[in-house]
Design a binder for this molecule. Structure first.
Ligand code: HEM
Length: 114
């Protein structure tokens, strides 16, 4: 079962990498480019792998901090909401740095909140 957890953590970290990469992809595409769907796919991957990690915790002997998980979930819902509302539209100037900032916030919560 620990292998399944490690596989989910592996995918969770790739999802994080994808969301960070989206910042650069979006910047490179220019200010007039529509919001890339990759934001949505990366967010969905984080949601699915995160929920699966928590759901499997009784089997993987992990005792996660549920307040911390709740805050991460909330931040991700905000990310997903901003992405969903702006998909395929030309994003306002604050959206790309704002989304990246929220992703980095979740990384900081994941690492520093013990
Ligand atoms: C943008 C969204 C997210 C990012 C960037 C992110 C990032 C990370 C990172 C970097 C870690 C590794 C931390 C470490 O091992 O010290 C981690 C672990 C974890 N994340 Fe997330 N996360 C996100 C969303 C979520 C969500 C929504 C959930 C749950 C619903 C979640 C649940 C977890 C769990 C349970 C772990 C611990 C895995 C383990 O070591 O067994 N994450 N996350």
């Amino acid at each position: 079962m620990d292998f399944v957890r490690l596989l989910l953590v592996f995918l969770h970290l790739l999802g994080m990498g994808m969301l960070i990469a989206m910042f650069f992809v979006q910047r490179r595409a220019g200010a007039d480019a529509p919001l890339n769907k990759g934001w949505l796919h990366g967010s969905a991957l984080q949601l699915l792998t995160g929920i699966a990690l928590v759901a499997l915790s009784p089997l993987t002997d992990k005792d996660y901090n549920h307040v911390k998980i709740g805050v991460k979930l909330l931040v991700l819902v905000v990310i997903g909401g901003i992405v969903a509302l702006n998909l395929n539209k030309k994003p306002a100037a604050w959206i790309t740095p704002g989304l990246a900032g929220l992703v980095v916030l979740n990384v900081a919560i994941a690492v520093f909140w013990t």
